[in-house]
Design a protein around this ligand. Sequence first.
Ligand code: FBP
Length: 550
Amino acid sequence: MTKSALQIARASYKAKMPKALNGNVTIKEGAPTQSVADHDEIKHLFPNTYGMPIIEFVENTEKKDYPAINVGVILSGGQAPGGHNVIAGLFDGLKKMNCNSRLYGFLLGPAGLVDHEYMELTGEIIDEYRNTGGFDIIGSGRTKLEKKDQFDKGLEILKKLNISALVIIGGDDSNTNACVLAEYYKRKNTGVQVIGCPKTIDGDLKNEMIETSFGFDTACKVYSELIGNIERDCNSARKYWHFIKLMGRSASHIALECALQTQPNICLISEEIEEKGQTLNDIVSYIADIIAKRAEKGMNFGTVLISEGLVEFIPAMKSLIAELNDFLAANGDEFALIKKSEQIKYLIGKLSPKNSAVYASLPENVARQLAMDRDPHGNVQVSLIETDKLLIEMVGRRLEQMKNDRTYVGKFNAQGHFFGYEGRCAAPSNYDADYCYSLGFAASILIGEGKTGYMASVRNTTKPAEEWIAGGIPITMMMNMERRHGEMKPVIQKALVKLDGAPFKTFAAKRECWAMTTDFVYPGPIQYFGPTEVCDQPTKTLILEQNGEI
Ligand code: FBP
């Protein structure tokens, strides 16, 4: 592999860890825990892993003896910067406990466990990937690990390789499944422990105990750099409105964080739109009004940030998408036979009158995107819906009408962008490099201490790394019952943007001013070397959540 100069320099970066993890470690156990809701149901479903205490790692004067063990690791779902450092931290932690322990990686996600595709991760391989972005060390995948026969197939290879613990690095769904697997292996007395790690750039796997999912920090910094560059271009040429859609699936954490970092003229937060019950028309009016007001001041330019899942949060669109999901799930074969050019007309004829009218009002390309293949969960793939283009088209039409009414005098030239894949494999920021390495190291200690059904946790991360608090959180503690595919299932609660939380309130207090001024901030690229105030800062979201102010 030919390496860039940055990669070479970055390879020697020593990830910072909480003080307690640097020497000999022991565990401090808290009181028994409960699930966030639906206690009885969750307890009934997880009799062997429910109610376990929160664990904190503390320094120890004595060195403990740990037996040599074999451990497996899986990267699950979308890429997030720092995954390689979780694996490096896990590897180093295992070797520190016993230099004869071995680590195996299952290839291309959970499918590797079921299909018995794996490789041993040696020190030489790990060193190649320290502080690098991507998940390419073993690859990732979206196979859902949820059925008994998959668990049993997995157990065969775990037994064959004498693996006694498995670490699953994933988002809320993958960690939910990790917990189900932990319970299953414990119930069957297999002797295999399962530990989860919180990953996703979307930032929606967080709660009181898990401060943030890894990758969110780096991805937001990458997008904010790009947004800042666009803002500067915008402020230089003064002739374009830039509509920028940002990844993040349902939750708008990425859009909100990028807004806090770059101060755009408009940022659409899906959770607020849903709460206010806004229509697509309301959103178009909101944007068009700001464009018209800026035009009055001669500013025919600006930036609009749009969260990826926006359309699913507009009540009328939500209802349309839900009916389309059900219809296509039930009539997929018939739909596949319809000629491409006839598909929209066909669906208009099949939907209920209300949803049919909404569907018919959409620009053709968006109507087509809504009818495309579903993801493995049967849901529309929001990353494929060109919301930026949808809004450009609808706002453009509205401004034309406003010109006729003489309520808008200006020029509307717009550019659409989508930032998502650009940030998922970036070289991890110092924050993510340190956080991930610490998470992996914490996972190794949970394993050494015989724990299962836990998620590795590192808290207090707005403070210097040595003050971070590492430990483990019982996954059942994060669970509640939710309806999925018509059935009630135990799942980790997804964290959406809280409208009464400090990050949103800070944004809401400033947005009117940002709309009319041109107070863009240009964050520039992530800095990997240099003073701490430039290189080691966490996200504004995290600072606001923990300290209430920036
Ligand atoms: P995870 O939740 O698995 O981390 O994936 C996040 C994400 O990047 C979303 O932001 C995005 O909607 C989706 O993955 C895209 O999926 P794919 O990688 O399959 O295109």
